[in-house]
Design a binder for this molecule. Sequence first.
Ligand code: NDP
Ligand code: 8X3
Length: 253
Amino acid sequence: MNKIVVITGATSGIGEACARKFAADGDNIIITGRRSERLNQLKQQLEKEFAIKVVALNFDVQNKEEVSAAFLTLPENWKAIDILINNAGLALGRDYFDEADMNDWETMLNTNVHGLLYVSRAILQFMITRKIGHIINISSTAGKNVYEKGNIYCATKHAVAAISQSMRIDLLRHNIKITDIFPGAVQTEFSNVRFKGDDKKAREVYEGITPLSATDVANSIFYCTSLPPHVCINELVLTCTQQADSFYMYKNQ
Ligand code: NDP
Ligand code: 8X3
């Protein structure tokens, strides 16, 4: 209640569900994304429905200068950030290593890895000054196991796992919690983006299962942030009941 929460990638899916969840709790939120129209619509909706304050910051996480400028120019009272949810990310393509588009690889690395680093560094300075903070990084079951044609997406999510571990160790002295979330299949725009608008292919990913919803993941993230100050969930792996890991999924016949 009445925390300040930053959520990257709040224009759809897990990020948008987190924005709704924390807003419903009475928290003031900073939402980010590239699609400014969606961001502004969400800001208006949440301010009206929950009587909270929302700042919408429109930038591409791949751009270090834009990221840094966006947070430095926040009004002073918005710099007392309690929680950062590093959610913005994407997969592009599902192809063999030797056939994949290298531009897709660069975009995934720049977004999922560099973007998370830029945002984290921009916000950490505020948390360190206050000696309090909680960073939630969104990895994936793809950050636990590498699957066929998952190559660089899986690599970025393994990187998020390693970065989370190193942040947890190095930030101990600043009293900052780091939680890494590893969701399995969640039905969002993720697969539409991955398959570049081939919505049939995107739908097939979730056929025969009841996948996680974005709200399921947001509720779990919220739980991790609701524990007492001395308790930190370091890692949380979360799948739908029909999925065991990246390899095993039981589809209805
Ligand atoms: P969505 O496609 O629904 O949402 C992705 C969000 O990331 C959007 O708000 C998008 O905003 C933002 N984003 C993407 N690229 C950039 C960028 N360069 N700069 C700023 N924002 C960006 O997917 P999900 O909600 O499913 O994905 C959220 C996170 O969860 C990702 O990190 C994903 O890897 C991870 N994940 C997803 C799973 C799934 O099955 N869906 C499972 C495990 C992890 P905009 O386009 O407006 O910039
Ligand atoms: C998204 C889940 O299985 O497509 O991170 O890698 S998966």
